[in-house]
Design a protein around this ligand. Structure first.
Ligand SMILES: CC(C)(COP(=O)(O)OP(=O)(O)OC[C@H]1O[C@@H](n2cnc3c(N)ncnc32)[C@H](O)[C@@H]1OP(=O)(O)O)[C@@H](O)C(=O)NCCC(=O)NCCS
Length: 340
């Protein structure tokens, strides 16, 4: 019933059935989230960064008598990156609690083990059945973030205009739709690397790029997956250095809700209103560039008080907790074998 699935060559009807499955999951588990549409969904499911691999499986009903492929009931993939496999699984609500989720994880975990990976991670959305599911399978909760959502209809654009102007003298903002210009790629990657060294971070289940080539690859991968990046940079005028950056991605799969990715302000540039000004400017630019957009979502570590305070000022409202769970692959495979 579970078979390996290559979204690159899958019939269009299967991509549509995957879309229907993910939307049934969203309607059940995240009813406030926008449903997905088939904007570059095939590319979203198959494109990866150089050096990474994504292996997918589906659980599918039998084909109909007239040869139409059966509906996709469940799906799992593992993204093999660095030294970790990152899982994503979904099972249609109508067929849950019959062991399908467990079967999908077991298939992906076994393969991850065979591929020589030792640890496996997964993003789990708070207040959904996935929490009980992964805890039953023996995963450990390793990191907690809060997702917040900003509804553009609630934004006070006059106040936001003041925030966008409220940056200290000696800095200027630049809006870069599509990604940073080639001449700023090195400075951009340096800014990200510096903050990573100082601030540490999560388990890095989401891609982030700290060297220039990886950054180019990462931007290329986003574009191929139908995820349009927008960047606002703060430039220190006397040095030309990137003092800060904020990244938002508008995915073709849910173009009404954008994802706020990294926001970074270099250590020596903190305290000058850069974070607030960059994010405010970004919202202005998005309003023009993306007329379909109605919301922006972002994830913050609970310890990151300063950034959460700025987000609250902009109008973001905490929505739900978001976790990273992890497991040792060999132990997971043993456990799944032992418990049938
Ligand atoms: C998590 C998920 C994959 C589980 O699928 P499933 O087919 O119902 O899982 P299983 O039947 O294999 O459950 C295995 C065990 O996990 C545990 N479990 C599963 N759902 C649970 C729940 N709602 N609460 C508590 N424990 C749960 C149980 O111990 C279960 O065994 P049992 O039914 O014998 O008690 C499914 O709920 C799902 O697709 N959730 C959405 C995933 C998601 O968030 N995706 C990202 C957003 S699109």
């Amino acid at each position: 019933m579970v078979r390996e699935w290559d979204p690159r060559t899958a019939p269009a009807a299967e991509i549509e059935s995957f879309l229907d499955a993910i939307n049934s999951v969203l309607a059940a588990d995240l009813p406030e989230d926008p449903l997905w549409e088939n904007g570059m969904l095939r590319e979203y499911l198959c494109e990866v960064m150089p050096g990474e691999r994504r292996i997918s499986w589906v659980a599918q009903e039998q084909p109909s008598v007239d040869g139409q492929p059966g509906a996709i009931l469940g799906h799992v993939h593992v993204l093999l990156l660095g030294d970790i496999g990152v899982l994503e699984v979904l099972v249609r609500p109508a067929v849950r609690r019959s062991g399908l989720g467990r079967k999908l994880i077991s298939t992906a975990a076994r393969r991850t083990y065979q591929e020589g990976f030792r640890s496996i991670g997964v993003e789990v959305i708070g207040d959904t059945p996935a929490v009980g599911f992964y805890e039953t399978l023996g995963f450990d909760r390793e990191y907690v973030e809060t997702r917040s959502v900003l509804r553009l209809s609630t934004v006070d654009w006059t106040a936001l205009g003041d925030m966008a102007q409220g940056i200290a003298a000696g800095y200027r903002l630049e809006f870069c739709p599509g990604g940073p210009p080639e001449e700023l790629i090195d400075a951009y990657a340096r800014a990200k690397a510096e903050v990573r060294d100082v601030d540490g971070g999560d388990l890095e289940l989401r891609p982030s790029s700290y060297d220039p080539q990886r950054l180019r690859d990462s931007l290329g991968c986003l574009h191929r997956r139908g995820m349009k990046p927008y960047i606002v940079l703060a430039i220190e005028e006397k040095t030309g250095e990137v003092a800060g950056l904020t990244e938002v991605v508008v995915p073709a799969q849910h173009p009404t809700r954008a994802d706020q990715y990294d926001t970074i302000v270099g250590q020596e540039h903190r305290g000058y209103g850069i974070d607030r000004a960059m994010k405010a400017r970004m919202l202005f630019e998005l309003r023009t560039a993306e007329p379909k957009l109605s919301e922006v979502q972002t994830w913050n570590a609970q310890a990151n008080e300063p950034m959460r305070a700025v987000n609250t000022e902009l109008g973001f409202q905490a929505d739900r907790e978001w976790y990273e769970y992890g497991a040792d692959v060999a132990e997971l495979v043993h456990r799944l074998d032992a418990t049938g």
